[in-house]
Design a protein around this ligand. Structure first.
Ligand code: NG1
Ligand code: MG
Length: 521
């Protein structure tokens, strides 16, 4: 599925019906404030949403498929663009935010052929815009040649995806920024795949070595559907509808209000996991395969980088019978990998650099250079067994979840509880694996999941990177208010929260559309 970013004619092209009454005043405010700040109306608004991940956590950067959906909350970027003045050597960006007390306005200039400076060590709200700008300029320059010059832009931004809340405010902001810059500078439609790939690479400039789930969900989602995203052999996304069920199913999103600000914790938690899975893949490769085995050409997308677990399997099989190995189903392949991990990665307490280097036939310095130098990491031991087990079992759960959705066995049943329970059970298993193997949950999220399940949720788990942030719950429609009030009584009432936090703590989420452009007349 590809195509270009749609131009919305009305807000109903973007949001589910229930959301329009609250969204319309927000858009009006953005447009009229733009007029106050810059003295004219914006020409267009670029929009990209946050997402909730239904299943498939921390496996996108190992190139396994995931199943997120876009939410209503989004980043809106209102824009006017003007050609640079004759003889100018720089282009100018004026950028302001509707929440100007938290995110003050900023102007900056960039040499016409220059690069964008981003200081990823400082939290600065315009960094996300700058990273989208940088990616977009790179793409425009590669298409239009070095003679081409960017235009000046005036920008007003409004975002209502909670920051650090696990709903991917960053991907929404980066994708909307890149879309805004591409549209301001080039009047041809923006290709969704190009935009997504650009946003993935751009976001890494802000200091997190992330996968591509959030950006794909933000750009590709379609109203009313979840999105199945795969990364191998190349990025692909297709909408997946939930079949009708009885009782009807809802996704409830509950905040923990434990902030996982990746600007602060990223270097410690997230990037370390990316390193651990790369090391686990390399380690398994090394112990499963006699040295000198030549990988077949189609062995895997990242054959030489060892970032991908896909290689492990293919290498193992290629020793004897690669063709036969290729006939295994994805599920069989993953089941094999679970068994192999249990056999070969036996150290529960983790592995030191020295131990890993020895197996990889590298010096510790070479290991550090290859695996530990792109982002700062601090760790004594690397838990390769647990991380690999999470990745393979989670990839399996995504396949099983998708299979349930696409081949529901209950068609026509008056009660689809067994189906609903099966979906929920997979989500609960994800939570256990995130807590025990990937160690990316936190006590508050564990508690929220218990409360919600006891009040009637079929499945409850963290969503997004974890270590705080948000949780997602699969709930029968007739239990939504029970789940809400149990969380209110047993969790939120025990926390010191503002009125506003209380009001936004739990929402029922309907799948919204992805990136869109809206022209202001
Ligand atoms: P969050 O931190 O929730 O936006 C992160 C990564 C994803 C994915 C999830 C875990 C970024 C931009 N996104 O999401 O790619 O790896 O964690 O499944 O860092
Ligand atoms: Mg993020």
């Amino acid at each position: 599925m590809s195509g270009s970013v749609p131009v919305a004619k009305a807000l109903s092209d973007i949001y589910p019906l229930q959301a329009i009454a609250t969204e319309a005043p927000r858009w009006n405010k953005l447009v009229s404030r733009f007029n106050d700040v810059y003295g004219r109306l914006p020409v267009f608004v670029a929009r990209s949403p946050g997402r909730v991940n239904i299943i498939g956590e921390h496996i996108d950067y190992s190139l396994y498929s995931v199943l997120p959906m876009a939410i209503t909350a989004d980043a809106l970027i209102a824009v006017t663009a003007t050609p640079v003045k004759q003889g100018a050597s720089t282009f100018r960006i004026r950028i302001a935010n509707l929440q100007d007390s938290r995110f003050p306005a900023k102007d900056f200039e960039v040499p016409l052929d220059g690069d964008i400076d981003i200081d990823a060590t400082q939290f600065e709200w315009t960094n996300y815009f700058k990273s989208g700008l940088r990616g977009a300029l790179g793409l425009l320059r590669s298409k239009k040649g070095q003679e081409w010059t960017p235009c000046d832009m005036d920008i007003l931004m409004d975002g209502n995806v909670p920051v650090g809340g696990g709903l991917s405010s960053s991907a929404a902001f980066v994708s909307a920024s890149a879309l805004a810059v591409l549209t301001a500078n080039d009047h041809t439609p923006v290709d969704k795949k190009e935009l997504t790939e650009l946003a993935i690479v751009s976001e890494r400039a802000v200091g997190v070595n992330s996968g591509g789930m959030d950006q794909a969900a933000s750009v590709f989602s379609e109203q009313g559907s979840a999105l199945f995203v795969s990364f191998s052999p190349s990025l692909n996304a297709r909408p997946v509808k939930f079949p009708p069920t009885r009782p009807e199913l809802c996704f409830v999103i509950a905040q923990s209000f434990v902030t996982s600000n990746k600007q602060v914790t990223g270097p410690i938690h997230y990037n370390l996991r990316v390193v651990e899975v790369s090391l686990a893949a390399a380690y398994l490769n090394a112990v499963l395969n006699p040295p000198g085995i030549e990988l077949p050409e189609d062995a895997g997308p990242l054959k030489t980088s060892l970032q991908s677990f896909h290689d492990v399997f293919f290498v193992k099989q290629s020793g004897s019978d690669y063709a036969a190995a290729k006939t295994l189903s994805k599920e069989q392949e993953l089941e094999n990998l679970v068994t192999l991990t249990k056999e070969k990665l036996t150290q529960e307490q983790g592995y030191t650099k020295e131990e890993i280097a020895k197996v990889l036939n590298l010096s510790v310095e070479q290991l550090e250079k290859r695996f530990l130098s792109s982002f700062p990491i601090r760790a004594e031991r690397f838990k390769l067994r647990q991380r690999a087990l999470h990745v393979f079992t989670e990839a399996l759960r995504v396949i099983r979840f998708l299979t349930l959705l696409e081949r529901p066995l209950h068609t026509g049943a008056s009660d689809t509880s067994p189906f609903n329970i099966a979906l929920g059970a997979l989500m609960n298993e994800t939570q256990d694996s995130c807590r025990d193997f990937y160690e990316c949950s936190c006590p508050e999220i564990d508690q929220i999941c218990q409360i919600a399940r006891a009040a009637g949720a079929y499945g409850s788990r963290l969503t997004g990177a974890g270590w705080g942030g948000c949780s997602v719950h699969l709930v029968p429609a007739d239990k939504v208010s029970d789940v809400k009030s149990a969380l209110e009584k047993e969790y939120y009432a025990t926390k010191d929260l503002t009125e506003e936090q209380r009001a936004s703590a739990v929402v029922v989420s309907r799948p919204a559309g992805g990136s869109a452009l809206y022209y202001v007349e």
